[in-house]
Design a protein. Structure first.
Length: 88
């Protein structure tokens, strides 16, 4: 009986944690790869993109896997997930 209660309790806690991981505070943005960088064995894309409400292009650095790094070239479009802007 104790194992059953412990199992149910763990399941409920996990469920609450997963519900708290709401992705509505992020957006997918279409970006252009401006540079590909390998630094200390890690692979990065330097990205440039535009968002409504911002006057200048924005930049970001995204760490990617080696497989993704090899799939894309500079100048290609890459979908980047970033925090949603809060325009108040």
């Amino acid at each position: 009986m104790k194992r059953y209660v412990l199992f149910v309790l763990c399941f409920v806690v996990l469920g609450v944690l997963l519900v708290g991981c709401d992705r509505s505070d992020t957006i997918d943005v279409e970006t252009t790869i401006t540079q590909k960088v390998v630094r200390e064995g890690a692979y990065y894309f330097l990205l440039e993109y535009e968002l409504e409400g911002f006057h200048l292009p924005l930049t970001a650095e995204e760490k990617v896997t080696q497989r993704v790094y090899n799939q894309y070239q500079v100048g290609e479009t890459y979908i980047f997930t970033r925090p949603a802007p809060k325009l108040d």
